[in-house]
Design a protein around this ligand. Structure first.
Ligand SMILES: O=C[C@H](O)COP(=O)(O)O
Length: 263
């Protein structure tokens, strides 16, 4: 199906860069991309920053009319109330967040987030018109057993339970094999394609082929400027969720500019 999907390069800063460092990093990223003549309509750019950075990033992006988008790394499944330490969908929407990562493997592992919690967070984001970047992917044991597709699709099914097509059509799915995150162990382009293609096929089963053809499926796990182009050459990979390499704005700009390698 000839649906055009605009690639998305999203930098997940994780627990790095305070609000002052965030301002410098976003400025440097925007200037580097401007100098390279980057066309944001050809490749969309977003950063996912710590909660404490978001107001500063919003102010900068608004004041300088930057085309860089931004988002949060997590959202509460609850609307509001007595949930100490949580941040609601309404709060991040008010800060102009376009995106929020949901179900990142580090949240699933260190905060015991189940598929049911991830599902509630997907719904919480959509209810405030913030686009979830739904993270799925298998650990090393599952990969060694050859069960990566069924494992990842079960996470996808759980996350989308009860999510209507009019919302699901704008979700972003990030396939991140846990064994490739922060390890330097990048999946081969064929590994990425196998699961990203299976994710799209499942979306067609859960909804329909047109919806599946329009959803962006990203790959994440040790993406760098030196390996991004071959991953992006895969038919079902529509971008990358970049961790460590997104902390360096010049390197991240090179990843964004994977088609030219001139950043
Ligand atoms: O969200 C990003 C992923 O966890 C990838 O992180 P990484 O690029 O440092 O391997």
């Amino acid at each position: 199906m000839a649906t055009k999907r605009t690639p998305l390069m999203a930098g997940n800063w994780k627990m790095n860069l305070d609000h002052a460092e965030a301002i410098a990093a976003v400025q440097k990223l925007a200037w580097t991309l401007k100098d390279a003549g980057h066309d944001y309509s050809a490749v969309e750019v977003a950063i996912l920053a710590p909660f404490t950075d978001l107001r500063s990033v919003q102010t900068l992006v608004d004041a300088d009319k930057l085309e860089v988008r931004y988002g949060a790394q997590d959202v509460s499944q609850h609307e509001s109330g007595a949930y100490t330490g949580e941040v609601s969908g309404a709060m991040i929407a008010r800060l102009g967040c376009s995106y929020v990562a949901v179900g990142h493997s580090e949240r699933r592992e260190y905060h015991a987030e189940s598929d049911a919690v991830v599902n509630a967070k997907v719904k919480a984001a959509f209810s405030k018109d913030v686009t979830p970047i739904l993270c799925v992917g298998e650990g090393l044991d599952v990969r060694k057993a050859g069960d990566q597709v069924s494992y990842t699709l079960a996470q996808l099914d759980g996350a989308l339970e009860g999510v209507p097509a009019e919302q699901a059509k704008s979700i972003v799915v990030a396939y991140e094999p846990v064994w490739a995150i922060g390890t330097g162990e990048v999946a081969t382009p064929e590994d990425a394609q196998e699961v990203c293609g299976a994710v799209r096929a499942r979306l067609a089963e859960l909804y329909d082929a047109e919806l599946a053809a329009g959803v962006r499926v990203l790959y994440g796990g040790s993406v760098k400027s030196g390996n991004v182009a071959e991953i992006m050459a895969q038919p079902d990979v529509d971008g990358a969720l970049v961790g460590g390499a997104s902390l360096d704005p010049v390197e991240f700009a090179k990843i964004v500019r994977y088609q030219s390698h001139v950043a």
